[in-house]
Design a binder for this molecule. Structure first.
Ligand code: DX5
Ligand code: ZN
Length: 220
């Protein structure tokens, strides 16, 4: 199944609840929540109180992308705030296996994110444990950046690695995803698509439907 995960980073924060409701009602299955600590990435975004207060807007999957050093410190707090899925960066975890297991033991789905320059080989041992791999298609830290073309090949290689091992891991892509490049990403093997600017700049419901119409072309 092809899934849209609108990233609220690009939303109008004074109308955040309404914006989340609009995209969810239009058919987005995930809500992508970017937590940034000002250390792993240069920027600071939002944390537990914002996630917790959005929880009452929708029952869609809350997909929390932790751009945080040693995110294992926050798993139980992020769960309490309402996360369904937590994705941590391989580059930010000294003990990646422990952190992934913490997420799973908390009863949540677990994902690992890779920066554009991080090779797929870091997934070699941990892949069978994961529900999702997030391939960053920009350098994390800001919305509105340009898609990095070489990451397309990385998605293709990851999909064949997953198939070869008989797994069914989701591949999420994040950064610079638009209605113009999403077909290439689908064809490369991604199935969860984060979009910030492409959803929230303009009419969030109409933009959501544009992505879903493209997904339908492939699901017919
Ligand atoms: C970037 C974040 C993204 C960001 C994507 O570090 O992880 O989720 O919001 O924004 P766009 O779609 O505008 O590139
Ligand atoms: Zn993200």
């Amino acid at each position: 199944m092809l899934i849209l995960a609108p990233s609220i980073l690009a939303a109008d924060f004074k109308n955040l609840g309404q914006q989340v409701t609009d995209t969810a009602n239009a058919g987005a299955r995930y809500i992508h929540l970017d937590v940034m600590d000002g250390a792993f990435v240069p920027s600071i975004s939002f944390g537990m109180p914002v996630i917790a207060s959005l929880r009452s807007c929708t029952d869609r999957i809350f997909d929390v992308h932790m751009m945080v050093e040693e995110p294992g410190r926050y798993i139980s707090d992020i769960k309490a705030a309402g996360a369904d899925l937590i994705c941590v960066h391989a580059e930010a975890c000294r003990h990646l296996d422990r952190t992934v297991n913490q997420i799973k033991e908390a009863g949540l789905k677990a994902g690992v994110a890779l920066n554009p320059a991080t090779p797929l080989s870091v997934l070699d041992c941990i892949l069978p444990e994961l529900d999702m791999v997030l391939i960053m298609t920009v350098n994390p830290g800001f919305g509105g950046q340009k898609f990095i073309p070489y990451t397309l090949e990385k998605v293709r290689n990851l999909r064949s690695m997953i198939k070869q091992r008989g797994l069914e891991t989701d591949i999420q892509v994040d950064g610079g995803v638009t209605c113009d490049n999403v077909r290439d990403l689908i064809e490369a093997g991604a199935n969860v698509f984060v979009a910030g600017s492409a959803v929230f700049k303009g009419d969030a419901a109409a933009n959501t439907r544009k992505f879903l119409d493209i997904f339908e072309e492939y699901e017919r």
